[in-house]
Design a protein around this ligand. Structure first.
Ligand code: NDP
Ligand code: 2IT
Length: 450
């Protein structure tokens, strides 16, 4: 039976690869999902007959566009713009925008595909999408970023709307960019609506949205530990990245009594065995969000180790929260984490572990929370921002945080429901994939061959 299923997965993947050549990250994301889903679909033939999986891997719509803008020297620059409208079975397309030089169609399709399952897991009515550009905000002036965002939105505004497609932030897109994008949408459409999430608190943003992904990934780690009667108090935690997700994961871990000892950026990582406390985190936030400097400056200021060109996984830790980018933990690094006694991996980033690394975690009974479950807190609070915008109300910090905590608990429960194994342990990959699939698939069945 195992061999028959393996053959079905291979046959399915051969078609995906032939139809979507060179989109390696998309192949990787689809492979991980179909490994969980093909056995489930064999047991539930209604999904097979309706070709639900074949439809889910094909975006409903892909929008590609030119983004011309003028730099500070008066020279014209040209970037690529993308929006992948992946699936709208359970709600408007919803997902972030990534501005990074590595952005291409395959990366955004992997992110949009993951987003469909993630958004379904949140329990909120959101379809899946993703977009972005190969624009690199690093080293650009605020005015250049603004002109780029205005040009990007001039085209994107034709395709989005509060009931159609609601973008938000991701790598390289934070509060500053959402502001410029929102301003241009409003100017073109003459509408003040919840067309983007992650907005400023004075103009329709939700409390806790900036914190939500990092807090949520920490809450998810806490939920996984609870299954074993443990918690984060006293644990040593390795965090990668030093952007939005990493910063607020660090804040929440520290609040819950854990000690974060690493942060990184694309140049290297810092190791601070004394822990990144509240005051040091304030320094990081200023460094990264205002000064837009490199993490090395943390080591210069606090006199700790800095490892140029390296990732933090060689450091001894109990918990790892990868919060930078895709494929940032490989097989060898996963083995080092396991050998050093790491017992929990909760993914703040999207697909940060390679398939080989995931296998290492699963073979060693690590509590491994895949991104589509562990980092769903961000988009969940985006969903709450949409609700508040529709109501023209704003909830308190406590209320939003309470809802976020409940959603992370519910996602954990869904993973347990669909991923519990005979020996009582939980396969969170299988749980998240099937748990995210069922609602979308049932909606697709009800809506016919669309
Ligand atoms: P930010 O842009 O705020 O921060 C990204 C961080 O990751 C920076 O420290 C950056 O370093 C580092 N990084 C980015 N690309 C690379 C790379 N190729 N190699 C090494 N380091 C890299 O982004 P976010 O914190 O918002 O996003 C981080 C991850 O979390 C992404 O995978 C994103 O998809 C995911 N995520 C984000 C959500 C959100 O709400 N923002 C929600 C759910 C998931 P440098 O400055 O040197 O580039
Ligand atoms: O990957 C993600 O879930 C995000 N970047 C957040 C998406 C959102 O719409 O808030």
């Amino acid at each position: 039976m195992a061999n028959v299923l393996e053959q079905k997965v291979n046959d399915f993947m051969a078609k995906v690869i032939a139809k979507n050549p060179a989109e390696v990250e998309f192949h990787q994301a689809v492979h991980e999902v179909v490994e969980s889903l093909i056995p489930y679909i064999e047991e539930n033939p209604k999904y097979k007959e309706a070709k639900v999986l074949e439809r889910m891997i094909e975006p409903e719509r892909v929008i590609l566009f030119r983004v011309p803008w003028i730099d500070d020297k008066g020279e014209i620059q040209v970037n690529k713009g993308f929006r992948i409208e992946m699936n709208s079975a359970i709600g408007p397309y919803k997902g972030g925008l990534r501005f990074h030089p590595t952005v291409n169609l395959g990366i955004l399709k992997f992110l949009a595909f993951e987003q469909v399952f993630k958004n379904s897991l949140t329990t909120l009515p959101m379809g899946g999408g993703k977009g972005g550009s190969d624009f690199d905000p690093k080293g650009k002036s605020d005015n250049e970023v603004m002109r780029f965002c205005q040009s990007f939105m001039t085209e994107l505004s034709k395709h989005i709307g509060p009931n159609t497609d609601v973008p938000a932030g991701d790598i390289g897109v934070g509060g500053r960019e959402i502001g410029f994008l929102f301003g241009q949408y409003k100017r073109i459409r003459n509408e003040f609506t919840g067309v983007l999430t992650g907005k400023g608190l004075e103009w329709g943003g939700s409390k806790i949205r900036p914190e939500a992904t990092g807090y949520g990934a920490t809450y998810f780690a806490q939920e996984m530990l609870k299954e074993k009667g443990e918690d984060l108090n006293g644990m040593i935690v390795a965090v990668s990245g030093s952007g939005n997700v990493a910063q607020f994961a660090t804040e929440k871990v520290t609040e819950l009594g854990g000690k974060v000892v690493t942060l990184s950026d694309s140049s290297g990582f810092i190791y601070d065995p004394d822990g990144i406390d509240e005051e040091k985190l304030k320094f990081v936030m200023r460094l990264k969000n205002v000064k837009r400097g490199r993490i090395k400056e943390y080591a210069d200021k606090y006199g700790c180790e800095y490892h140029e060109g390296k990732r933090p996984w060689s450091v001894k830790c109990d918990v790892a929260l990868p919060s930078a980018t895709q494929n940032e933990i490989n097989e060898e690094e996963a083995k080092i984490l396991v050998n050093n006694g790491c017992k929990v991996v909760s993914e703040g980033a999207n697909m940060p572990s390679t398939p080989e690394a995931v296998e290492v975690f699963q073979n060693n009974a690590i509590l491994y929370g895949p991104g589509k479950a562990a980092n769903a807190g961000g988009v969940a609070v985006s969903g709450l921002e949409m609700s508040q915008n529709s109501l023209r109300l704003s909830w308190t910090r406590e209320e939003v945080d309470q809802r976020l905590q409940q959603i992370m608990k519910d996602i954990h429960e869904t993973c347990v429901k669909y991923g519990k194994k005979d020996d009582g342990s939980v396969d969170y990959v299988k749980g998240a994939n099937i748990g995210g699939f069922v609602k979308v698939a049932d909606a697709m069945l009800a809506q016919g061959a669309v």
